[in-house]
Design a binder for this molecule. Structure first.
Ligand code: GAP
Length: 475
């Protein structure tokens, strides 16, 4: 029996409910909130909070630097979200960009037929016809996840493009689409980029921004949503280069995992089977992540051949060929497409960074410290300025330190609660350094810098603080 005075040590929880912990931390600390929450929410929509938007922007900037700005063979664009609807007809999305779905006649719940089958039966359904999917649902007596019934409609295809209208809606008003992928902007602007940026094959065009898909999803937080952030590029090559370049880009994508801080030991490469290939692809390989809800696609690398440029040339009547001045050849370049879900990168970065460890507090009691071990460059805040107490002489000095650093680093400033609680809060949002201003600071013009990962504290002169942080963060 434990001594009556001795408090039992807090239980270290296993990480198997990691997803619940992440969702709760994200809301509590301001990474991600449910969309439109005060109106009861809207399924599969989420909002980024103050630290979530910093995290997303840092990832996007690092990606742009790694794949665009630090390379001579890449340029970027930012194309319109709403494009001429002919773009989506020519690209094949109006005809082919769809999911097989089935409705419960009793409770009206709509589910993806492949998810319904694969979640309940040990079988892969890629490439099966609508009829075969319907047969599998009936033969296996699959029940509706909403009401438990078995009263299904036939399996039908639903297009994933979001439709909208320009101007007032009338019967003869042609719909336009919100882009389902950002790639089409890069194909449509191919000629303009070629002329204005004077690039030679092989070269790439990159873009990052929102994409929209009218899909139904089984939840899983921000993994699959109606609108999401995407970063991708089209790398234009001579056809015979494709295999070598495919391998090259797969290697670069793996280097990126290290840059952003996604655990490679949690990833694997999965080749698409012939039946599963997108309508535009001759070969696709995904980088999958072992999430708490199974192995899931994180990124993809597709060999789109000359499918897109050829179709756009045919349907628009514009010449989209490339003239190679060295060989005197004119041809339509082939394309490799590395694609990176940015919203998914946010999720996988959170999953990779999450850690719990047992620590002893100032009173000698054991507690669990939750820490997000982000790469410093990706972390929402690089440092937090913490006056030891809310006393004017300390906060005035803290303001001075904050002002001396704010042009170089994005920082938090926190004056509420005990210093221990403030450290824990910063650990939970992954701030690499906490800078404490105490009474000694007023005498020695130095501050205490606490390292998030080691919890070690250094005493640093305020005059040297900027260089100290820059060196550690590697800016
Ligand atoms: N241009 C190619 C393309 O769009 P995709 O595999 O359909 O390929 C690209 O999508 C990436 O976008 C995926 O690898 C995934 O990371 C992300 N993604 C796709 N659908 C998503 C959704 N509904 N919500 C969040 N991310 C999504």
């Amino acid at each position: 029996m434990p001594d009556k005075k001795e408090k039992p040590a807090p239980k270290i929880e296993p990480k198997d409910d990691l997803m619940e912990k992440i969702v709760s931390l994200c809301k509590r600390r301001g990474f991600v909130y449910p969309g439109s929450e005060i109106y009861g929410g809207l399924a599969n929509t989420w909002d980024l909070g103050p630290v979530g938007v910093e995290l997303k922007n840092n990832i996007q900037q690092a990606w742009w630097k790694f794949f665009v700005q630090s390379r001579r063979d890449m340029v970027g664009i930012d194309a319109a979200i709403i494009m001429n609807p002919k773009v989506w007809e020519s690209s094949g999305h109006v005809a082919n960009f769809s999911d097989a779905q089935v409705d419960c006649k009793d409770c009206k719940k709509r589910v993806r037929a492949d998810h319904l089958i694969e979640d309940n039966v040990e079988i892969k359904v890629e490439g099966l016809s609508l009829e075969d999917l319907g047969k599998l649902i009936a033969e296996n007596n699959l029940r509706c996840p909403g009401c438990g019934g078995k009263n299904w409609t036939e399996v039908r295809r639903f297009n994933l493009l979001f439709r909208t209208n320009i101007g007032p809606t009338t019967a003869n008003n042609e719909p336009v689409y919100l882009r389902g992928e950002i790639a089409q902007g890069m194909f449509v602007d191919f000629k303009n980029v070629l002329m204005s940026a004077r690039k030679k094959v092989p070269f790439g065009i990159a873009a990052a921004g929102k994409a929209f898909r009218n899909e139904i999803t089984p939840g899983n937080f921000i993994f699959r949503t109606l609108e999401f952030d995407l970063m991708e590029f089209e790398y234009f090559i001579r056809p015979e280069m494709w295999e070598a370049k495919f391998n090259y880009w797969m290697d670069e994508m793996h280097k990126w995992l290290d840059v952003v801080g996604i655990r490679k030991d949690k990833t694997r490469i999965r080749e698409h089977t012939k039946d599963e290939l997108s309508f535009y692809s001759k070969r696709t390989a995904d980088i999958e992540y072992n999430t708490p809800f199974g192995w899931k696609e994180l990124y993809g690398l597709a060999y789109r051949t000359d499918y897109d440029l050829k179709n756009h040339q045919e349907k628009s009547g514009e010449d989209l060929t490339y003239f190679d001045a060295e060989t005197n050849e004119k041809y339509i370049p082939h394309v490799l497409e590395p694609t990176f879900g940015l919203s998914r990168t946010v999720l996988m970065t959170l999953l990779s960074a999450y850690d719990e460890e047992e620590v002893t507090d100032s009173k000698g009691e054991k507690e669990v410290r939750v820490v997000l071990r982000f790469k410093p460059k990706i972390a929402p805040y690089k440092a937090a300025i913490l006056p030891l107490m809310k006393k004017p002489e300390l906060t005035a000095k803290a303001d001075e330190v904050y002002d001396s650093l704010r042009n170089d680093f994005v920082m938090d400033y926190d004056v509420t609660g005990s210093i221990g609680k403030r450290y824990r809060r910063q650990d939970e949002i992954g701030t690499p350094f906490c800078i404490t201003i105490d009474y000694d600071t007023l005498e020695d013009q130095a501050v205490t810098v606490r390292d998030r990962d080691t919890m070690k504290q250094d005493r640093i002169k305020i005059a040297e603080l900027k260089d100290y942080l820059a060196g550690k963060i590697n800016i």
